[in-house]
Design a protein around this ligand. Structure first.
Ligand SMILES: Cc1ncc(COP(=O)(O)O)c(C=O)c1O
Length: 344
């Protein structure tokens, strides 16, 4: 077992695991869902588990403000804003991307919780990572100049420390799966900045779990070989925690077949999958992360990558506020307005 860093416990765990009977019947598999979207604060989501550890580290350093980065509709930014608000800290979210032109979705919630949002719109040919680093440093400097002590939380909370939230979740889920007779099921999880997958991977290994793990990459930045990025990250994690075991690329099961060519793009198939889950189970998915992953599950059940009757535990990592950003809200509205009757 690795030596656990300190954390501030603010989650009410475990999150529930439930069976999805109507979707299971439709797909011919046994589908369960772990409701990480039901975590408290800022409307919930996977980043809260990581933030329990970042907050402890920030407090240990005497920090008074949190600065983080991501796309304009970053869920991680929203949850960082929530934790900052709850613990009386200031917060700035630096994002690089197209001007959203409105205060909606995650940005609206960021502002409700008092965070400052900086949207840096890149010009053609700009190095977006360099822009992000530059404006994050400007935000840090602004806090320092005002006498605050800023703490930087990396993109998606995915550095070595950031694996801890899903390391713990893996062990929580292993215990739940054993109780439910699902000890040999396959977990399917959305994979973006890799921290959630890596935490689950290390956590499952360290408790000798029989659960299998598949990551669905939701953007082509994970291409061409996602396990190559993963192995580099694993090496850093191994050194940081002094793990006494190794992993090879073959140990990582990641698919990059279902991202539809871009991050946070509007995809008709994904909306179809969001409707399917909503209409059969009353559970809302988002169109950037969990909708893409459930769409992948539907395709994999149809093409045999998931076997008939296979037990799958889909992790609902949150992200629903993103559907109120214009990228997704507008096509959803177009498709759905036909079912709204206005009587004057
Ligand atoms: C809703 C949601 N699901 C899944 C992920 C992916 O997690 P990770 O970045 O740790 O791979 C994210 C990351 O931003 C997210 O916001």
């Amino acid at each position: 077992m690795l030596k656990k860093p300190a954390k501030v416990s603010f989650l009410h765990l475990p999150t529930p695991v439930e069976y999805l009977p109507r979707v299971s019947e439709e797909l011919g598999i046994d589908l369960y869902i772990k409701r990480e979207d039901l975590t408290p604060y800022g409307t919930g989501g996977n980043k809260l588990r990581k933030l329990e550890y970042f907050l402890a580290d920030a407090q240990a350093q005497g920090a008074t403000a949190l600065v983080t980065v991501g796309g304009p509709q970053t869920n991680h930014g929203r949850l960082t804003a929530a934790v900052a608000a709850k613990y009386g800290m200031k917060c700035t979210i630096v994002t690089v991307g197209a001007d959203p032109g409105e205060v909606s979705g995650n940005i609206l919630l960021d502002r409700i919780m008092g965070a400052e949002v900086v949207v840096v719109v890149p010009k053609e040919g700009d190095d977006e990572d360099a822009l992000e680093a530059k404006y994050a440093e400007i935000a840090m400097e602004k806090y320092r100049a005002a006498g605050e002590k800023p703490y930087f939380v990396p993109m998606g909370g995915s550095n070595e420390l950031g694996i801890m939230g899903y390391y713990e979740c893996a062990q929580e889920l292993d215990a739940q799966a054993r109780e439910m007779g699902l000890e040999d099921a396959r977990i399917i999880v959305t994979t973006g900045s890799l921290g959630t997958y890596m935490g689950l991977f290390v956590g499952l290994k360290e408790c000798a779990s029989r659960l299998k793990l598949t990551g669905v990459c939701i953007s082509p930045s994970s291409d061409p070989v996602p396990s190559k990025r993963m192995i580099g990250y694993f090496k850093r994690v191994k050194e940081y925690f002094g793990l006494d075991w190794d992993a090879t690329e073959a140990d990582f099961d990641l698919t990059n077949k279902y991202h539809y060519g871009a991050y946070n793009n509007a995809v008709a198939d994904v909306r179809e999958s969001v409707y399917d889950m909503g209409r059969r189970e009353g559970i809302i998915l988002d169109a950037c992360y969990t909708g893409k992953t459930f769409n992948a599950i539907r395709k994999m059940a149809a093409n045999g990558e998931i076997k008939p009757g296979e037990k799958i535990i889909f992790i609902h990592t949150g992200g629903v506020p993103g559907i109120w950003g214009n990228i997704h809200r507008i096509p959803f509205e177009e498709e759905l307005k036909g079912g709204v009757t206005v009587i004057k």
